[in-house]
Design a protein around this ligand. Sequence first.
Ligand SMILES: [Ca+2]
Ligand SMILES: [Ca+2]
Ligand SMILES: [Ca+2]
Ligand SMILES: [Ca+2]
Length: 506
Amino acid sequence: MRIYLLVLLCTLVALPALAAPVTSLEQAVNLVVTDKVPQGRDEVIMEAWGPLPAGTVISGVKERVMVTPAEGYVIYIDDYPLANHFHPVRYAFIVSATGEVTVVDANSYPLNIEDYTEIETAIGERLKAVPNRRAPLPKDPPPQFDSERWAVLLNGGISNWSNYTRYWNDLSNIYIALNWVYGYADDHIIVLCSDGLDPAPDQNNGQSSDPDLDGDGDDDIIGPCLPNTIDAIFDSLAAILTVDDELYIFTTDHGSSNGGWNTSQNLWNSQTMTDAHFASLLAALPNCEIVFTLEPCYSGGFLDDAVFPPGPIVGSSACRYNQSSWAMSNMQYDEYVFHWTAAVKGEDAYGMPVDADYNSDGVITMDEAHEYAVIHDQQNEEPQYGDSPRGIGADISLWPASPPGNVEVTLTPIAPPIQIPATGGSFDFIIEIENFETTSETFNCWIDVTLPSGTITQPLLGPVSLTLPGNGLIERTRTQSIPENAPAGIYSYNAYVGYSSAYIWS
Ligand SMILES: [Ca+2]
Ligand SMILES: [Ca+2]
Ligand SMILES: [Ca+2]
Ligand SMILES: [Ca+2]
């Protein structure tokens, strides 16, 4: 009798091990993590859906993933949380009755993401905690030029689930570089970002994108990043731009492959822009100078379409046509555009100085910016570059397209030598600026002083923006007062014309 009972007990114990029913999402997630996530749950992003009846269609944004063979649970697994979408992902299916787990490879996150339950993981929480941040503003920006330089900055983001905070940070960083370092006028920098000015949350941190990218109180985002708004902007530019103008285009966000070299960039509300469409927008413009910098996954697939003769045009991308692009390890910016922007700006988004002027001519040309970004890019991506005519990127920067104007500035002291007593005083001088070109030139003029210690001061006068007609001449007499407490020694008074201290003509 005793023996019989023992056998019965063993049978009862053994049965559940053969077929363990799964009765909760949590159980399903734990099974998948144990069986299929060797790197550990905190290294992946997971979303779970179920229990679902047999015959439920499971779809990613880009594909049909499976039809559930039985009642069970679906767990979406992103093994590469720092890559921009769309990259390889997995869907696990757990049969309710038996706990059997199968995994299907796919390339996109769930179409009906709103039906899924987010599974808390360390990396998922870090991604949502990434702050919106603005790079420090340069201390002495150049005045804005009236020159015909335009910029279009785009971030689609797809949806508020996938519109990572870092995309806004990428836009803010390049906006500050264009406006505060290169003197692009505010109203010549057109920014289309996710849902535009809609106050509804559109970022994965649950917040709405701040339209003010540089924090000066003036909105910079003008509209949503949708096919019709992009087309409307390029239609306007086609009417405004002439061959003497310059256009800079920057895109961050996700991207997709449509097979081979055919790729697209994702826009807001799950819309897309194909490489061919982007190229058609550029083709409709006059043959002005065009530079574009692309961050999305598969963005290398835009170069074969959009870099075309006669140019001048320079394009670069974070990755090849068949590669994902990546966030920085701290997830605050995207890797390639973080370094590219640092190169042209002379400092990175954290204020660390950067020198990408490889030929030491005072100008960061487009080949140099790309080279700097390639050298410093530490993620699993191969940035791409193309220009037409071949090599023209070495002659193009974000400064106005024309080469330095033949404009000279001369300072002449009145009644030299100038000696100022210890009690202070003043002296007079003539400043003369002559344009030796036959066409009009627009530039800045400023004056600084080399102190007896050798230190050069901030500008004492200017920078002021001036336009001189062909062969024009300006001559002015100015008085400089010297305070009593100025240390004794020899002072040099320096005048400059050019764009900024980074780009001096004379
Ligand atoms: Ca919004
Ligand atoms: Ca602003
Ligand atoms: Ca292509
Ligand atoms: Ca250079």
